[in-house]
Design a protein around this ligand. Structure first.
Ligand code: SAM
Ligand code: SF4
Length: 374
C-alpha cells in the first residue's frame, strides 16, 4: 500500500521442538530427534522464515532491530553451536540485527547442553538463560518424569555463576505426592536462591487427560499455600512479584514476556509457535510440519477483553482510561473496593493493581468484572 506506515516489530519468539525425552506432563509441541531431523527442521524453519517475511510485508510490518529474542522449546540448548551458527546466518542474511542493549534469552535444560554450545550462544548474542530446574529433589524430578538429575541442575547453576551470565529458573509446585510428603518447598527455593538467579518463573503443574499421577495431585488449598509461601519468600529476598507466575529483581523483568502482557507485537517462528501483530490485531500459529500458519483477526471487543486480562496479570495493573469508559469504571468501584478489603488488590485513583493473593484467583476476578457489568 502506497504511503502506508511500516511497523517495526522488535520482538521475536523462536520455537525449537526437540527434547531428549518427552516429560509425561508437558503439553507443549515437542519430539525426540531422529537421525537427520535437525537438517529437516532447519530447512522447514528457513521456509517458515520466507513465508513470514511475505506475511509481514502484506501487513505493512517488518522485523526490525530486535529488542527481545526468546528461543524456547522444546530444548533449544540441544541445538548448541550448530543452532547459534544457523540463526546468526539466517538473521544476518535477512538484515535482522540484535540491539546492543536488547534482551536475548535461551531456554536450557540441565544435562542437555555443552560448554561449547553455551559459549557459541553467548557469542551469537544470548545474554540471558532460562533453566528448567523444576525441583531440587530427586524424587520429585523422577515423579515429573524429568530425565536430568539434581546434580545436573547444580552443575548448570554453577556454570552460569562461573560465566557470570544473568539467568532465570523455572520452578514447579502442585507436584504429585507433595501434600502427603509435606514437600519443603521453601528449602528447595532457598537452595536455588543461593545461586542468585535474577528471575524466577513459577509453574503450577496442570494435568492433562491421562496424566499418570492425577490421583496424587495435591488439594487446591495446598497449592494455594505453596504459591503464597513462594511469593512471600521471594519478596523477602528482594524479588518483585511482577506477573501472576513471574518474579524478578528490580529492573530484571522479562522484557520479552512483558511484550505479550502489554499486548504488543511479537513475531514468532517455528513449529506451533504463536505470534501477534498488534496493529492489525492478527494472531498466527504455525503448523508443526509445514511452513504454513493459521491466522485469526481479533475483533475490537475480543482484543479489549484480552488486553484487560493481560494487563491484570502484571503488577503495573490497569489504568481506567485504557480499559473502561467513565460510567463502567464508576460502576466497578464497589467491586474493586471489595477486592481491596479482601487483600487482593490496590486501588489508587484511577488505577488498580492485583497483589499476590489476587493473582492466584485472576480468572475468578475476571468473571466478577463480567458479572458486575451485566
Ligand atoms: C515447555 S518448557 C520448555 C523449557 C524446557 N524444555 C524445560 O523443560 O524446562 C517451559 C516450562 O513449561 C513447563 N510446563 C510444561 N508443561 C506443563 C504443565 N502441564 N504444567 C505446568 N508447567 C508445565 C515446564 O516444566 C517448563 O518449566
Ligand atoms: S523437557 Fe521441557 S519441553 Fe521437553 S517435554 Fe520436558 S517439559 Fe516439555
Amino acid at each position: 500500500m502506497e504511503g502506508a506506515t511500516v511497523h517495526q516489530i522488535n520482538s521475536l519468539y523462536i520455537h525449537f521442538p526437540f527434547c531428549r525425552h518427552l516429560c509425561n506432563y508437558c503439553d507443549f509441541y515437542k519430539i525426540i530427534p531422529q537421525e537427520g531431523d535437525y537438517d529437516g527442521f532447519e530447512k522447514l524453519f528457513y521456509e517458515m522464515h520466507q513465508e513470514h517475511q511475505r506475511f509481514l510485508n502484506e501487513n505493512d510490518a517488518v522485523l526490525g532491530e530486535l529488542e527481545t529474542l526468546y528461543i524456547g522449546g522444546g530444548t533449544p540448548s540441544l541445538w548448541g553451536k550448530r543452532g547459534a551458527t544457523y540463526l546468526e546466518k539466517l538473521l544476518h542474511d535477512s538484515g535482522v540485527q540484535l540491539k546492543p542493549e536488547g534482551e536475548f534469552t535461551l531456554e536450557v535444560n540441565p544435562g542437555s547442553w555443552t560448554p561449547e554450545g553455551i559459549k557459541a550462544w553467548r557469542d551469537f548474542g544470548i545474554n540471558r538463560f532460562s533453566l528448567g530446574t523444576q525441583s531440587l529433589r530427586p524424587d520429585y524430578l523422577k515423579l515429573l518424569d524429568r530425565i536430568h538429575t539434581v546434580e545436573e541442575v547444580y552443575e548448570t547453576l554453577h556454570y552460569f555463576k562461573e560465566l557470570g551470565v544473568p539467568f532465570s529458573v523455572d520452578f514447579m509446585l502442585g507436584l504429585p505426592w507433595s501434600e502427603e510428603n509435606k514437600r519443603d518447598i521453601k528449602a528447595e527455593l532457598n537452595d536455588i536462591l543461593s545461586f542468585e538467579p535474577e528471575h524466577l518463573s513459577l509453574y503450577i503443574l496442570t494435568a492433562k487427560a491421562g496424566y499418570p499421577h492425577k490421583k496424587f495431585l495435591p488439594s487446591e488449598e495446598f497449592i494455594e499455600q505453596e504459591y503464597l509461601l513462594v511469593a512471600k519468600t521471594l519478596k523477602e529476598r528482594g524479588f518483585n512479584h511482577y506477573e501472576v507466575s513471574n518474579f524478578a529483581k528490580a529492573g530484571r523483568q522479562s522484557r520479552h514476556n512483558l511484550s505479550y502482557w502489554k499486548s504488543r507485537s511479537v513475531a514468532a517462528l517455528g513449529p506451533s509457535a504463536v505470534g501477534f501483530l498488534c496493529e492489525t490485531k492478527t494472531r498466527y500459529k504455525w503448523k508443526s510440519k509445514t511452513p504454513r500458519f493459521e491466522k485469526e483477526i481479533l475483533d475490537k471487543d475480543s482484543f479489549q477483553l484480552e488486553k484487560l486480562y493481560m494487563a491484570l496479570r502484571i503488577d503495573e495493573g490497569i489504568r481506567a482510561e485504557d480499559h473502561f469508559d467513565t460510567e463502567e469504571w464508576n460502576n466497578l468501584q464497589k467491586l474493586f473496593k471489595k477486592w481491596v478489603d479482601e487483600g487482593w488488590a490496590e486501588l489508587e485513583g484511577k488505577s488498580l493493581r492485583l497483589k499476590s493473593p489476587g493473582f492466584l484467583i485472576l480468572d475468578g476476578l475476571m468473571q466478577q468484572i463480567f458479572s458486575a457489568q451485566k
